[in-house]
Design a protein around this ligand. Structure first.
Ligand code: KG4
Ligand code: ZN
Length: 350
């Protein structure tokens, strides 16, 4: 089966060709047109600019994915597209394109949840992993833990009550005047700093989530307290020093200490969930899984605790369409095909 995947949920227009059946997948092409340069000027993603840019880029990106994969429209067996969650205007571009293309070539359309795509990036990279597995999906919009008992079935164990980890990175970087997106910038600066220079408060949630009281909240995350602590610290130091921008030495220490706290929280909660649920493996996916410290510390803890940890390569960590095609192949094999009235869903749950 040759699947064309399309992903336009945020600020990346992406298309990819992935070949395979239910388990072993081979990436034939993986094209991503990033809009980062457009949004950087505004300090974050501007939804209207994002959807307009997707419209400009989608045809070229898909044509490139076909050419790179050495395939024509007639070789494609099905088209998978991100239905949500994401920015509705951006999602609509991908969904409309995929619907029209599937209709034009007379092939099935498959709807994919963006988070399922991130989860499947682990299988796409590493092949089948031991189950049950606990998967951390950590990105700009989400920080969630899932239990996978059977391939393709995901049950939510915990999620952030407020900010996503990537969002916290982006906000802290903005506060420090470092630019957008903040994750890679802080990651780089953190390498120069002292990670115990500043002690931040930790948060462990024991109370149930008011918005989901039926769920056990012990594996939930919260990053807004840390973000506020960073804000207070920065404001205080700015007024003590009488400057708008903190000296480089303070910025790198702050970046390192902030990164340490975020990474420790993510790893601690993920390994606790894995132990609690008797997981045989752990996966870490989503844009923040590109973080150098998270990758290093998660693999080091894996060796100590003897639970294997799987992380996708950098190209499959951040938003891409190969992961959407892979999830699409799994849905297609299970007979889950979308109807022609498929619509984008900005807050599609998983
Ligand atoms: O998965 P993704 O590409 O898009 C969403 O689905 O949100 O994740 C983007 C997020 C951004 O918040 C970005 O700052 C963060 O991933 N990110 C990182 C790193 N690279 C990207 N965060 C920390 N360290 C990194 N190296
Ligand atoms: Zn994502």
């Amino acid at each position: 089966m040759l699947m064309l995947g399309i992903e336009t949920s945020c600020d990346e227009t992406a298309a990819a060709l992935v070949e395979g059946g239910t388990t072993r997948w081979v990436i034939r092409s993986n094209v991503v047109a990033s809009q980062v340069d457009i949004h950087r000027e505004w300090g974050g993603v501007v939804p209207e600019l994002a959807s307009r840019q997707h419209v400009r880029d989608i045809c070229g990106v898909v044509e490139r994915a076909l050419a790179d994969g050495g395939a024509g429209w007639s070789d494609i067996d099905a088209i998978a597209v991100t239905q949500g969650p994401g920015l509705v205007g951006s999602l609509l571009v991908g969904v409309s394109f995929a619907k029209s293309a599937a209709w034009a070539i007379g092939k099935p359309l498959v709807a994919v949840n963006h988070l399922a795509g991130h989860i499947e990036s682990i299988w796409l990279e590493h092949g089948p992993i031991s189950l049950p597995a606990v998967i951390l999906v950590v990105s700009g919009g989400h920080t969630s833990l899932y239990l996978v008992k059977r391939e393709g079935e995901y049950s939510l164990l915990g999620r952030t009550r407020d900010d996503a980890a990537g969002e916290a990175y982006d906000k802290v970087a903005k506060l420090l005047g470092l630019g957008y997106p903040g994750g890679p910038i802080i990651d780089r600066l953190a390498n120069e700093g002292n990670d115990v220079a500043i002690r931040w408060p930790g948060t462990r949630l024991t109370n149930p989530d008011r918005n989901a009281p039926e769920r056990d909240g012990r594996f939930d995350f919260s990053f807004s307290g840390l973000k506020t602590a960073v804000l207070r610290h920065v404001r205080q130091r700015q007024s003590e020093l009488g400057v708008d921008r903190l000296p480089h030495a303070e910025i790198v220490d702050l970046a390192a200490s902030f990164q340490r706290r975020v990474v420790e929280t993510l790893i601690d909660r993920t390994f606790s969930a894995a132990r609690w649920h008797g997981a045989k493996s752990i996966g870490v996916a989503g844009g923040v899984s590109a973080n150098s410290r998270l990758r290093k510390d998660a693999l080091a803890k894996s060796e100590r605790s003897e639970i294997p940890v799987y992380i996708p390569s950098l190209a499959l960590s951040t938003d891409n369409a190969a992961m959407i095609a892979a999830a699409g192949l799994r849905h297609l094999a299970a007979g889950r095909v979308a109807a022609a009235d498929l619509n984008a869903a900005a807050s599609l749950p998983l």
